[in-house]
Design a binder for this molecule. Structure first.
Ligand code: SF4
Ligand code: SF4
Length: 275
């Protein structure tokens, strides 16, 4: 029996989520166990990813250099918990997944030789693209047609079988080498031109390689990852991502309801540590 998508959409709306999608676990057949949701819930039939818009005002203060705040990339545990409770109230096992920095792995003791050590850490951006919500951009951020990079993501795995979404196609939002506003927008020149390959299901695309040492000292809007000292910072409000917000909105690639542009004057930036 397939669980109703309409019901899932109702739950998401009640939770005031803006986006929700379902990825097929079959895409994880070849994914290494330490990054694989099936290591957490082997009989998962649906990987569910959801998102809530982050107000544009959170970024505008940093863009103007007047108000500094951390902009969270991930939703708190409550949203996943509430959705899992809904599934379990209907008789299906469901596991919330809090994204952790992949640099934390391994983060515990292997309990059996054939099993991955904890904590298994699936990449939420890959799951979100497989669930049809958007794509991973050249700057490593998750971009959606609705909000560009301006959303916080959450994820759960469940044993209810739902109709899955088609994976989102690379190149629909991010034009990579035809754009590179994120690369030129970094005052410290810490993104690209070196690239690496990003694999999402059967698709591949290039993403820019960051100079993580420079990013660790970024004073242009990045925020340290407080969960892991060796992890790259949260770059969501940094110059490399604010340049992306401006270019997607100005280019009409992300529809905007705002009457004034995001970027209203030349971007400020300090070329610290090797810029
Ligand atoms: S986080 Fe800062 S230093 Fe790193 S690429 Fe972005 S703007 Fe540049
Ligand atoms: S600024 Fe352009 S190249 Fe960079 S992630 Fe955004 S859309 Fe892609």
């Amino acid at each position: 029996m397939t669980f109703s998508r309409a019901t899932l959409n109702e739950w998401a709306a009640a939770q005031k989520l803006d986006l929700i999608g379902v990825a097929d676990p079959e895409y994880y057949a070849e994914v290494a166990p330490q990054w694989n949701p099936l290591s957490i819930l082997p009989k998962a039939k649906s990987i569910i990813v959801f998102a809530r818009e982050i107000p544009r005002s959170y970024f505008r203060g940093i863009e103007e250099g007047t108000l500094w705040m951390r902009v969270n990339r991930y939703l708190g545990a409550d949203d996943a918990y509430c959705l899992c409770r809904r599934f379990e109230d209907n008789g299906f096992l469901a596991v919330p997944c809090s994204p952790l920095a992949q640099q934390r792995w391994p983060d515990g003791i292997e309990y059996k030789p054939s099993k991955p050590a904890p904590n298994v850490t699936p990449d939420i951006r890959v799951a979100a693209q497989l669930a049809g919500l958007g794509e991973i951009g050249y700057n490593g951020m998750f971009l959606t047609p609705q909000f560009g990079p301006r959303q916080a993501l959450g994820m759960l795995f469940c044993e209810a079988k739902l109709d899955c979404d088609e994976p989102f196609r690379f190149g629909t939002i991010c034009r990579r080498e035809q754009c590179l506003a994120c690369q030129t927008g970094c005052p410290a020149r810490a993104l690209g031109p070196k690239t690496e390959v990003c694999q999402v299901g059967s698709q591949t695309a290039t993403i820019g390689v960051f100079n993580n040492e420079a990013c660790r000292f970024c004073v242009n809007g990045a925020y340290p990852d407080t969960s892991c000292a060796t992890a790259p910072p949260n770059r969501l409000a940094a110059a490399c991502v604010r340049a992306c917000i401006a270019c997607l909105e100005d280019g009409g690639i992300v529809k905007t309801r705002f009457k004034a542009p995001f970027r209203r004057r030349a971007a400020w930036g300090l070329a610290t540590f090797g810029g």
